[in-house]
Design a protein around this ligand. Structure first.
Ligand code: SAM
Length: 388
């Protein structure tokens, strides 16, 4: 395997088990390397640091696969995939849908695999992993014997890596609609027409946590509801639910899921969340629980300031719409707006409104989206359950 050396900054980060090397951290830009090729990373003094793959077209030029000297071959990927599968055993008791591989957080940079009731969705986001495509598919078939595999490699990041997007069935058969069951609640989802890799699996634990506080006939507002996850849990507890999402296909999914579970006492509306909340506040409509689960408003540090304004509006407005003892669950799925920012924002709003707030729960992504202490970006989903 070819060897590269990296800058002092990169050495310190690699020694802390961070798994990216940026373009400007390559010590002497290597010449005879093909993009996507496996490389070993060394200090100028010849100390081994890590093994990964390189793509000099990308700002993140090297992604680490291992901090131990190893060949990058089928056996390597077999062991990595098996570890990832074993780590998900705990979830299988509560759900037949989970993320099997979460890229860097499973030391398989560039690869995402979701399991949906016997079907797999994969997403390959880097050239280095794209080069391993055939091995990965072979292994997924060998280890999991899926009914079908859907390739959802349609992320924009592939352009930065110099690779075309892909979207479609690449193995077996994947039905247009797949039924999954999460904590006893049924969801119909489609890989052929769904957001992300199909379903917001990362919120599974938080849907359960929030549902513990829901009682019969409570009025619940599920804003940015997508397939209706939080609201459907609330309906299962006998609450009355209003669903809101700007996407017509999300509202279609919600209505389908309500029917699938035989729930009543709810309405779903396709509209902009900011406008809806403004109107509800004006109409003085009150709720016992409001869930705010917006998309990632900040994908970069630069966007974080604008995004915070949006988040602040959402929380401030929702808190004004609560019945006594009411609660708001607010989430950020952006690494740039983390727990600290959520707490600071809640504190500011509470201070300005002269309204003390109780933090009832701190929430993170479920364990199939591992939070690796050495990889700060892996902690991308945070949430607070606040009580007035
Ligand atoms: C993170 S997902 C919500 C996931 C959902 N809570 C769940 O548990 O499955 C964010 C949702 O916000 C919706 N959305 C984005 N912008 C919106 C807006 N301005 N108003 C309403 N919904 C919006 C998207 O369509 C998407 O379904």
């Amino acid at each position: 395997m070819k060897k590269i050396t990296v800058s002092k900054e990169a050495i310190a980060k690699l020694k802390s088990l961070f798994c990216w090397v940026y373009q400007n951290e390559l010590a002497t830009p290597p010449k005879d390397l093909k993009d996507g090729e496996s490389v070993e990373i060394y200090t100028a003094g010849g100390e081994y640091l890590a093994t990964g793959y390189i793509n000099q077209k990308s700002v993140i030029s090297v992604r680490v696969l291992s901090f131990e000297k190893t060949e990058i071959n089928k056996e390597f990927f077999r062991a990595r995939l098996q570890t990832a599968i074993d780590k998900r055993k705990q979830i299988q008791a509560n759900s037949n849908a989970y993320r099997l591989v979460h890229s860097e957080a499973d030391f398989l940079a560039g690869l995402i695999v979701d399991f949906y009731n016997g079907n797999l969705a994969i997403q390959i986001n880097t050239l280095g992993m794209e080069n391993q495509r055939d091995i990965i598919i072979e292994l997924l078939v060998e280890l999991l014997n899926p009914k079908g595999i859907f390739d959802k490699s349609d992320a924009k990041v592939r352009k930065k890596e110099g690779i075309e997007t892909q979207n479609g069935v690449i193995y077996g058969e994947v039905p247009n609609e797949i039924e999954i069951v999460e904590n006893g609640i049924k969801f119909a989802m489609s890989l052929h027409d769904g957001q992300k890799t199909g379903f917001y699996l990362d919120q599974r634990r938080n849907r359960y946590i929030v549902s513990k506080y829901i009682q019969r006939d409570m009025k619940v507002l599920d804003v940015f509801c997508n397939a209706g996850g939080f609201g459907l849990y609330a309906l299962s507890k006998g609450a009355k639910v209003q669903f809101v999402d700007a996407s017509a296909s999300a509202i279609f999914q919600v209505e389908n899921n309500i029917t699938l579970n035989g729930y009543e006492q709810c309405t779903a509306i396709k509209t902009d969340a900011f406008e809806f909340l403004t109107q509800e506040l004006e109409s003085n409509n009150k709720y016992d629980l409001i869930v705010l689960d917006p998309p990632p408003f900040a994908k970069t540090q630069k966007e974080a300031i604008g995004a915070m304004k949006g988040m602040k509006f959402l929380l401030d407005t929702a808190l004004k719409m609560l019945n006594p003892n009411g609660m708001v669950a607010i989430y950020s799925c952006s690494h740039y707006i983390g727990m600290k920012q959520l707490e600071e924002m809640s504190f500011e709003i509470s201070k300005n409104a002269k309204m003390p707030l109780q933090i009832v729960e701190y929430m993170y992504a479920d364990i199939d989206h591992p939070n690796i202490i050495n990889i700060p970006n892996s902690a991308y989903l945070t949430g607070l359950l606040l009580r007035k």
